[in-house]
Design a protein around this ligand. Structure first.
Ligand SMILES: [Zn+2]
Length: 266
């Protein structure tokens, strides 16, 4: 009987502990929880820069259509998140103005949407880039192509401090920067490739690192998504259809939603 009472007392004591110490443990109301409130969506290329050319499509048009759909899904399903587009028509924002728009607006996320191309017409699939230099030589063709839009801009030598997209030496400067947002960028990139592979049934070529100007100068987690190869006729055909664009956009939207839930818990 005595043992029973002791047990009971111990139990009451254990139950009471949270009430005694609860007041000393910082809770949610004391620590402002992070909320993802603003996203910049960047449709790659535009205007006089068509980007990659498929047999029947231009990269800038595919990018814009997919980007506008991602924005539409976010607006419809995440009313607390503001969407800002770097372009919502066939205009030509300078490469450096795209991350600048995200920085000036203090955005929580930057997502740049592109379509790929390769001399090997059989290459297909999706890939998502985060800023980094690991193994980037393997992707140097894409790096060169995506950065070389700078050359179309007037006064680019002064604006980009002599950076030459075609010269590997130019990329030495990227090594000097460390990105605090690297792990969050990686996490979003993983969510995107997982959605492409598991929910849309695309071939995922994986998450990769590359020194892309548009990702380098942002001060928030940032990724660049390649939704498929316009040089591959089957994939180009898929990306030209309404359903194809909707599938890819909803995959990116769901990845952003998963990422948002993940970082708002942590
Ligand atoms: Zn592109």
């Amino acid at each position: 009987m005595e043992r029973f009472n002791n047990k009971k007392n111990l139990l009451s004591f254990l139950i009471a502990i949270p009430f005694f110490f609860g007041g000393f443990i910082p809770n949610e109301t004391m620590m402002p929880a992070f909320r993802m409130k603003k996203i910049v969506l960047d449709a790659g290329h535009g205007g006089k820069d068509p980007g990659n050319l498929g047999a029947r499509s231009k990269e800038k048009d595919i990018n814009l259509a997919v980007t506008l759909l991602v924005g539409k899904y976010i607006k419809e399903n995440m009313p607390d998140v503001e969407v800002i587009y770097t372009r919502d028509d066939d205009s030509f924002p300078a490469l450096k103005d795209r991350p600048k728009l995200a920085n000036n607006n203090k955005a929580d996320l930057f997502v740049s949407i592109h379509s790929n191309s390769a001399p090997n017409k059989s290459a297909f699939g999706t890939e998502t880039f985060v800023m980094g230099t690991k193994n980037f030589e393997a992707n140097f063709d894409i790096v060169k192509k995506e950065n070389s839009v700078i050359l179309l801009e007037e006064n680019h030598e002064a604006e980009y401090e002599g950076f030459d997209p075609a010269s590997p030496e130019s990329y030495m400067m990227f090594n000097l920067m460390s990105k605090a947002n690297f792990s969050n960028s990686l996490s979003l990139a993983d969510h995107i490739e997982t959605q492409f592979r598991d929910r849309v049934g695309r071939k995922s070529r994986g998450v990769k690192q590359a020194p892309l100007w548009v990702l380098w100068t942002t001060s928030m987690p940032s990724v660049l998504v390649e939704v498929g190869f316009l040089s591959n006729s089957t994939e180009e055909q898929f990306l030209m259809t309404k359903e194809g664009k909707e599938y890819m956009a909803s995959a990116i939207y769901r990845a952003i939603k998963d990422y948002k839930e993940q970082i708002e818990i942590n």
